[in-house]
Design a protein around this ligand. Structure first.
Ligand code: AMP
Length: 212
């Protein structure tokens, strides 16, 4: 799609955004790299895409697994990266020393809240329990209208097929409303998914009563 609101004007190193432009996205992904190269390649592609579109990355601040790969790809392409990590994980997830900004917080809860507050949208790439938990918390906050920011899954190599089927099953079985199921965007194509996320952000009205 063309004419999207991610376009930015560059003036030396400064980026200018208007209110409707997606400025920051929070990405959740594995602290492991997965067994197939395709996951690392997809994550590197996303990192480069963010830099190209002038969208800042907010993530868990680690330098391990797909998290580290994502941050490095974005930084190497000239992008800006903000890491948010609890003190207790600084060693375990090897806090990234070369980020644009590293925010060390007191707890996992503080980490998630700050990531949510800083970001205009949320996206999960392949990962495990931690990744799912973070995405689902943002999704349930969206369901409760605590925010209206997009929640998206990049379905690399069909990794999330079963999870998406489970969401459909929840609708069929009466545990999830169809309208809430639709809050979860999913796509196998990173550019298209980023377009959809950007479009949703542009449509958010200011002062719509949400908390973050
Ligand atoms: P994983 O997908 O399990 O490799 O974890 C990816 C990221 O999720 C890491 O930065 C973890 O610190 C984080 N994480 C793990 N467990 C949780 C949790 N219960 N709540 C929030 N984040 C978590």
């Amino acid at each position: 799609m063309s004419g999207l609101p991610y376009a930015v004007l560059r003036d030396q190193s400064n980026l200018f955004y208007n209110r409707q432009m997606l400025r920051r996205i929070c990405i959740f992904c594995g602290s492991s790299s997965g067994k197939r190269l395709v996951y690392e390649q997809a994550v590197q592609h996303v990192g480069r895409l963010l830099a190209l579109r002038g969208i800042e990355l907010v993530y868990g601040g680690g330098n391990v697994g797909l998290m580290g790969t994502l941050a490095n790809a974005c930084l190497e392409s000239g992008g800006r990266v903000i890491g948010v990590i609890p003190q207790s994980l600084v060693d375990k997830e090897v806090a990234h020393a070369g980020l644009t900004e590293l925010r060390v917080v007191r707890s996992m809860h503080e980490r998630k809240f700050l990531m949510a507050e800083l970001s205009d949208a949320f996206m999960a790439l392949p990962g495990g329990f931690g990744t799912w938990e973070e995405l689902f918390e943002m999704l349930t906050w969206s369901q409760l209208r605590i925010h209206r920011k997009a929640c998206a899954i990049l379905n690399v190599n069909g990794y999330y097929d079963e999870l998406l089927k489970m969401a459909d099953k929840a609708v069929d079985e009466g545990f999830l409303r169809g309208a809430n199921r639709d809050l979860l965007l999913a796509d196998a194509d990173a550019e298209r998914l980023m377009d959809r996320v950007s479009n949703q952000f542009s449509a958010i009205e200011p002062g719509d009563g949400t908390l973050i």
